[in-house]
Design a protein around this ligand. Structure first.
Ligand SMILES: [Zn+2]
Length: 73
C-alpha cells in the first residue's frame, strides 16, 4: 500500500515523511471535525468512510500530524 493507492485522501504532509510500513495512522473527518473511526467499503479501494457521518471527507495522517494540521486538542 502506498500513498498513490489512497484515492480520496488529501495530502498535507510530504510523501517522504509517510511511512506506509508503519501503518499507525489516524483518520480525520473534515465534516465531523475530529478524529474518527473509518470503514473501508471495498478492500480493493482505499476509500475510507467516516463511521459517524458515513461520508468520505477523510484526511489520513499520523495522529500528531493531524493534530498539528487541524489544531485538534
Ligand atoms: Zn464524519
Amino acid at each position: 500500500m502506498s500513498y498513490h493507492d489512497l484515492i480520496n485522501i488529501e495530502e498535507f504532509e510530504k510523501r517522504d515523511t509517510f511511512n506506509s510500513e508503519r501503518w499507525w495512522v489516524s483518520f480525520y473527518c473534515k465534516d465531523c471535525k475530529k478524529i474518527v473511526e473509518t470503514d473501508r467499503k471495498n478492500p480493493k479501494w482505499y476509500t475510507f468512510l467516516c463511521t459517524i457521518c458515513k461520508w468520505k471527507n477523510i484526511v489520513i495522517g499520523t495522529h500528531e500530524g493531524l493534530r498539528s494540521n487541524y489544531k485538534i486538542k
